[in-house]
Design a protein around this ligand. Structure first.
Ligand SMILES: *Cc1c(COP(=O)(O)O)cnc(C)c1O
Length: 233
């Protein structure tokens, strides 16, 4: 199937899952994850209606940026503080904020560029050591730190990567936990806290994630096919 056919198919499943959950498909943002893919594939996705692109590496954004049609870029992977400066004026949202040190650096670079950066806090609901993201207890502390100390950051929500489960239904409990936190923190009254995105769900579990309240899904493989990491971009 072509990239366009895959995108149409995912939108269809996404819309059906939304309706089943009592919501509208249009309220759920599909971010096409394009790691390892060449700029032509990104442009094909944009031609097929994709408005938002997700990359997990700073280097890939920099390599592709000039060759891709206008689109919103999302940094969704682990971000090292020394690389923030390269993407601060290129991405519209950073999903993977998992430390105060990183928040401070984003704030500093955003201030230099006279912009306010939208971020999500990456939570690690499953408490897995192998994945980045902070525990549920640390999230609240970090939110308050950012609101008090980072005037060039706007908090837009939470992100999580559920542990891979053979049966995606087994990930439900993690998604539900993160949704609960999302609802709780979205009530905090502050001019720079404006929760709008709950980023959860990937190719194999996005239907379940939507059922549990996700409104932003990050889909790569189901659009572009399996990744070949030996191929250089
Ligand atoms: C690669 C990646 C995705 C997409 O994964 P697929 O299984 O290919 O859909 C989503 N989120 C993050 C953070 C990723 O690194």
């Amino acid at each position: 199937m072509s990239i366009k056919e895959n995108i149409d198919q995912i939108n269809k499943i996404k819309n059906e899952a939304a309706v089943k959950a009592g919501r509208n498909g249009e309220d759920i943002l599909l971010v096409a994850v394009t790691k390892t893919r060449p700029p032509e594939d990104l442009n094909a996705a944009i031609d097929a209606g994709i408005t938002d692109i997700g990359e997990n590496k700073v280097q890939e954004i920099m390599d592709k940026y000039d060759f891709v049609k206008p689109v919103r870029w999302h940094l969704i992977g682990h971000l090292q503080t020394n690389k923030v400066k390269y993407i601060i004026d290129k991405v519209s949202m950073i999903h993977s904020v998992d430390s105060i040190k990183l928040a401070d650096e984003i704030n500093k670079r955003a201030e230099q560029h006279n912009l306010t950066m939208d971020i999500l806090i990456q939570v690690n609901a499953a408490q897995e050591e192998s994945k980045f993201g902070i525990t549920t207890d640390e999230t609240e502390e970090m939110i308050h730190y950012i609101l008090e100390n980072c005037p060039n950051i706007r908090l837009r929500g939470l992100m999580c990567i559920a542990p891979f489960e053979e049966n995606p239904d087994d990930a439900r409990v993690f998604f539900a936990q993160v949704k609960e936190q999302y609802d709780r923190f979205s009530k905090i009254q502050h001019e720079r806290l404006d929760f709008k995105y709950l980023s959860m769900g990937m190719s194999h579990d996005f239907e379940v994630a939507i059922a549990e309240g996700s409104n932003l899904i990050r889909v790569g493989t189901a659009i572009f096919g399996a990744r070949n990491y030996n191929k250089t971009v």
